[in-house]
Design a protein around this ligand. Structure first.
Ligand code: DGY
Length: 331
């Protein structure tokens, strides 16, 4: 009997292949770039499982192209905004993702961006590379402190605003409260009765968070509700010294409004691991601004995280095709 066919939309860590190759026939999209739409539609034909990446739109057309034997879509990501969940539900196709295992890696990148923007690490380095470092500059490359100002009579802690207090938001808050003693405020859809890791944090409205925070870090999933949730009005509420960090999805920010705010110095700076579109065109105005640090969506880019993501994605495929509940289902 033929083994069930699994389409894998890109080369991912070997861990996944080792789990899947004995039981399934694997059709792996070659090369380092995502399949084109035509390649994806052709690639999934006859598959029982699709192991997708966040750059692959999985919708009715893909399911039709795959055929009625398709039973599981397993995203190699914690986010799943690339998958039409309603359509999958309607067709009875199980959907899985890779939660938890990239929490620490992504939180580390959020903190790295926060430091890089606050202390102007990238623009200072660019100046060194461009031969603009003439002397030790008492007034050059001045950035922001992360710690409280203990020279004042009343010590004022820096305030961190976490928009979306899920796993990654909490991990960022723990790092910055533990390391720099930051006061933490957050938004979340539901009140959190307790927060992990002894975090001391207060739930506030989005407007209060934006108005009062020194550092703002976005951790909401992308949905119709969160698309452009940070636009001109929200940027206008922020302190002129605020630093905005986004490791969630680019579309959560109205990028045009952000360019304007950064150009006008409405906020101090932005650190983005995600943008809209990805990859960003090399002539994009965000790339001309020295108060913006933009990374190529590397939040989960550590071997520990990527291997664990590969394992979880493969376990979801395995369980889905064997008609067992997925170990990591999308809720
Ligand atoms: C995810 O898993 O959703 C991340 O954005 C990938 O790094």
């Amino acid at each position: 009997m033929n083994k069930p066919l699994v389409y894998i939309a890109r080369k991912i860590p070997e861990t996944a292949f080792r789990i899947l190759e004995s039981e399934f026939e694997l059709r792996i999209h070659p090369g380092d770039l995502p399949p084109s739409r035509a390649e994806l539609l052709a690639g999934v034909r006859g598959c029982s499982g699709i192991l997708s990446l966040l750059s692959d739109r999985i919708d009715a057309e893909v399911c039709d192209a795959a055929g009625s034997q398709l039973v599981v879509v397993s995203n190699f990501a914690v986010g799943f905004n690339n998958i039409d969940l309603e359509e999958m539900k309607r067709r009875g196709i199980a959907v899985g993702n890779t939660p938890d295992v990239l929490t620490d890696a992504t939180a580390d990148i959020a903190v790295a961006l926060l430091l890089a923007v606050s202390r102007r690490v990238v623009s200072a380095r660019d100046d060194v590379l461009q031969g603009k470092w003439r002397t030790w500059e008492p007034l050059g490359w001045i950035g922001l402190d992360l710690a409280s100002d203990s020279t004042q009579a009343v010590t004022k802690r820096k305030r961190l605003g976490i928009v979306g207090m899920g796993r990654i938001g909490a991990a960022v808050a723990q790092r910055l409260q533990g390391g720099w003693g930051m006061e933490v405020v957050y938004t979340s859809r539901r009140p959190r009765s307790s927060l992990d890791g002894g975090l001391d944090a207060q739930r506030v409205t989005l407007d209060e968070l934006l108005t009062t925070s020194d550092f703002i870090s976005l951790h909401v999933p992308l949905s119709a509700e969160t698309k452009h949730m940070i636009g001109e009005r929200e940027l206008g509420l922020m302190k002129s010294s605020a630093v905005l960090i986004n490791t969630a999805r680019g579309e959560v920010i109205d990028q045009q409004a952000l360019v304007t705010a950064l150009k006008q110095g409405r906020i101090f700076g932005a650190g983005l691991d995600v943008c809209d579109p990805e990859p960003i065109p090399s002539e994009h105005p965000l790339l001309q601004l020295d108060n913006c640090v933009l990374l190529p969506h590397v939040g989960s880019a550590t071997w520990q995280a990527r291997n664990a993501m590969a394992e979880r994605a493969a376990r979801n495929i395995e369980a889905g095709i064997q008609r067992r509940p997925l170990p990591f289902p999308v809720q």
